[in-house]
Design a protein around this ligand. Structure first.
Ligand code: ADP
Ligand code: G6P
Length: 730
């Protein structure tokens, strides 16, 4: 078994270098982290190697062979694909949106979206080509959000994991996107979806609930008959490699050199891709503020900012670079002297040893992004501080802040606050530094990148095992169709049909779920068949059934069997004479909930009261139901004749002992030789299935546990089944 890693960028990228084209290591946290996983040796890595447009066909073949030797599988993109899928949609829409920088989101991006879809298709094709049965596929990051679903279409049994390296924003922000449902569905193609923090995972579950009506749950979402697990898997770094470098003699010598050149000043370090999420201008302003406020620090602070150029074709990145340059110029112009300046800005990528030397030399590390999925730089600095000294100043908006509690935490939007935190960090006594750094180092080395990959892949293995993947496998529908055709030979046939979710789909308001003309025609035709009786057994109130089906020659059973109209000629009769005095008190409780719960309402029936909450904000609904159930538990101690029932976005309090089973067993007894077909979609229909003799053909609609013999996917399939019966000649 191999692991197929999939990410937009391969760990190496083609660059033009003085007329030559060379492969250089790719920048950023994703390449760093997956690099350690790929080093294991049993992986292949599918991704984009950078712009090959200027290569000749021969050069390109040579490149592909080189990549192949490194187990890298290239997906070559045309310049226009790069422009629309990568610059346009990935980095012009998803990146700023997920980092809450809404003014930078381009919402006029329909053509970019089309390209994004197409490139995701191309990735799915490339992955499908190299994946063998039993392999696990691990897709990474926002550039490839549709790949899990697209790959699932190509390989339904594949083990697919997805990890998002950037924040999943609040659902309120996410739903701004015109393409929001497609993106969530894309991710739900995976067996396991991982995020850096629990907060991102909750945002995702909430978006799925809000946009696709999926019940919000703690760690699993039911989608398309599959269980999709999700959770927090905070990414780590290769801590021992950083420790090793920090102890390397050459690196130590470099540290000493950097310190000497800083001439006794406190060295403060910033190290980022030159990305507007990293908060570099505000960081610089905080430094300016501090130097203004405390002139004594002007010849004590030596700030080095490494700012690696990135995504330079996207306008907002070019603007950002200008802003940073101007600010550095202004601050150095104001606070510099003829012999020194406070800020040293370097626009370039450096190698691991140089990086280790800078981490080793920095007394204070400033990591102040406005938003960051995790931020590996913070962890790398900690791992490099093998002498347990140094101070990490960390933005509370970086995912890393959840784990690195002992850092000096700052709100990067609060420039005064950052300035004060920097002053504090520069003056922090060695004992406090040690106390904090030891705790940080312990965590960073325990939760390293190996731990991250192992725990994700172990959970992926469990999540994609056949046991956990599906609710019981539906028997082949061809068997069901044959069974239904066979029912035809029985002298008598009784159909028991639930209504909502079985014959018609759910609507936002119960009154909108009206039967269409073709359903009425089907029921008419079925009941006209010789020896055939059709009964609608529903939780609906009697008035609705009468209004819609009064003139149809079928049996009607309302309120889960409290009322029955056995045939078109028969009157409505109640199946119980129990006291309903409890209703007033329950109605008051439900009215109280509705008054405080937007989008909910009470449905009144004779022997039941239902609280509908389909339009309610999902987490509020869960909370209100918990409150209500707690109150009802007390009430029910004194009213043993009342029970609670949870349906599809409706919570019902009803007379105990009345259920669809009463109707089913009465009809089965009245027609002992009849063949029976019962179809329903929710828990109340299970009472009906349980009360029928074993030979009855019982059919459950949708996913979820059931005792029914057969399963169909949805209303459309039920209607097809009834049409089969209708058209079978007797
Ligand atoms: P992001 O993934 O958004 O770039 P991270 O902080 O998670 O942010 O990861 C950045 C990675 O890139 C780290 O591994 C860091 O060491 C590396 N890096 C950042 N700047 C430079 C630079 N100038 N030269 C070399 N590596 C850099
Ligand atoms: C972040 C993203 C990665 C991306 C990296 C570098 O870490 O989460 O997906 O690879 O930045 O960005 P780039 O656009 O150069 O690949």
């Amino acid at each position: 078994m191999s692991t197929i890693l999939v990410s937009n960028r391969l760990p190496v990228t083609l660059h033009a270098d003085q007329g030559d084209v060379v492969l250089k290591p790719s920048a950023g946290g994703l390449a760093t982290a997956l690099g350690s996983v790929h080093a294991r040796g049993d992986t292949k890595w599918v991704g984009w190697p950078g712009d090959v447009a200027r290569l000749t066909a021969t050069e390109r073949d040579a490149l592909d062979r080189r990549l192949q030797d490194a187990r890298l599988v290239p997906v070559h993109l045309t310049p226009s694909e790069v422009q629309r899928y990568y610059d346009g949609f990935s980095n012009g829409v998803l990146w700023p949106l997920c980092h809450y920088l809404l003014d930078k989101v381009n919402l006029e991006a329909t053509r970019d979206w089309v390209a994004y879809r197409r490139v995701n298709e191309r990735f799915a094709d490339a992955v499908a080509k190299v994946t063998k049965p039993g392999d696990e596929v691990w897709v990474h990051d926002y550039q490839l959000a549709l790949v899990p679903q697209l790959l699932r279409l190509r390989q339904p049994e594949a083990k697919i994991g997805f990890f998002l390296h950037i924040p999943f924003p609040s659902a309120e922000v996410f739903r701004i996107l015109p393409w929001r449902e497609d993106l969530v569905r894309g991710l739900l193609g995976a067996d396991l979806v991982g995020f850096h923090t629990a907060a991102y995972a909750f945002h995702f579950a909430y978006a799925a609930a809000q946009l696709l009506g999926i019940e919000p749950a703690f760690d699993v979402l039911k989608h398309d008959e599959r269980a999709v697990r999700f959770g927090a898997y905070p990414i780590g770094i290769d801590a021992s490699a950083f420790e090793g470098l920090a102890r390397d003699e050459n690196v130590r010598a470099d540290v000493a050199r950097i310190r000497a050149s800083a001439a006794g000043k406190r060295i403060v370090l910033g190290l980022d891709r030159l990305d507007y999420t990293k908060g570099i201008p505000r960081r610089l302003m905080a430094i300016g503020k501090l130097l203004d406020r405390e002139p004594g620090l002007r010849d004590k602070l030596h700030f080095i900012q490494l700012a690696m150029p990135t995504r330079e074709k996207v306008d907002s990145y070019a603007d950002y670079r200008r802003t940073v340059n101007e600010l550095v110029g202004r601050i150095n112009g104001t606070y510099g002297t003829p012999t020194s300046v406070p800020i040293h800005l370097l626009h370039r990528m450096i190698g691991p040893k140089e990086l280790a030397a800078l981490y080793g030399a920095a007394d204070v590390m400033l990591v102040t992004p406005l938003r960051d999925g995790m931020n590996l730089v913070a962890k790398e600095y900690v791992a490099s501080r093998v002498d347990d000294d140094g101070v990490l100043v960390l933005s509370e908006f970086a995912g890393a802040a959840t784990e690195l509690q002992e850092a000096v935490r700052v709100n990067p939007y609060d420039i005064d606050g950052v300035a004060a935190a920097l002053a504090r960090a520069m003056r922090m006594p060695p004992d406090e530094q040690r106390l904090r750094m030891q705790a940080l180092r312990k965590r960073v080395s325990a939760h390293d990148v190996g731990h991250w990959a192992r725990s994700f892949l172990e959970h992926l293995e469990a999540a994609s095992s056949p046991m956990s993947r599906r609710s019981p496998a539906p028997p082949p529908s061809v068997t069901l169709t044959r069974r239904v055709e066979e029912l035809d030979s029985a002298p008598e046939l009784v159909l028991l049909l639930d209504y909502d979710g079985t014959l018609v789909p759910f609507a936002s308001m119960p009154d909108l779920a009206i039967p269409d003309e073709s359903l009425i025609q089907t029921l008419m035709a079925l009941s006209a068949r010789p020896g055939t009786q059709v009964h609608l057994v529903s939780g609906r109130d009697r008035n609705s059934l009468e209004r819609w089906f009064g003139a149809v020659p079928v049996g009607l059973h309302a309120e889960h069997g409290y009322w029955s109209r056995e045939s078109i000629e028969a009157p409505w009769l109640s199946n119980s004479d129990a006291d309903l005095g409890w209703k007033d008190a329950v109605r008051r409780m439900l009215d109280d909930v509705v008054a405080r719960t937007e989008g909910s309402f009470v449905e009144e029936k004779t022997a039941a009261l239902g609280l509908h909450y389909r339009a309610t904000e999902p987490q509020l609904a869960v909370r209100r139901l918990d409150e209500l159930k707690a109150r009802l538990h007390g009430f029910m101690k004194e009213h043993g004749d009342v029970e609670m029932l949870e349906g599809a976005k409706v919570f019902e309090v009803r007379l105990r002992g009345i259920n669809k089973g009463i109707i089913a067993s009465r009809l089965a007894q009245a027609h002992p030789h009849a063949a029976v077909l019962a179809i329903g979609d929710d828990r109340t229909d299970e009472d009906m299935f349980a009360a029928l003799p074993e030979r009855a053909v019982t059919v459950h609609v949708g996913s979820g546990p059931t005792r029914a013999h057969y399963r169909v996917g949805n209303v459309v399939e039920v209607r097809a089944l009834l049409d089969t019966l209708r058209s079978t000649p007797r």
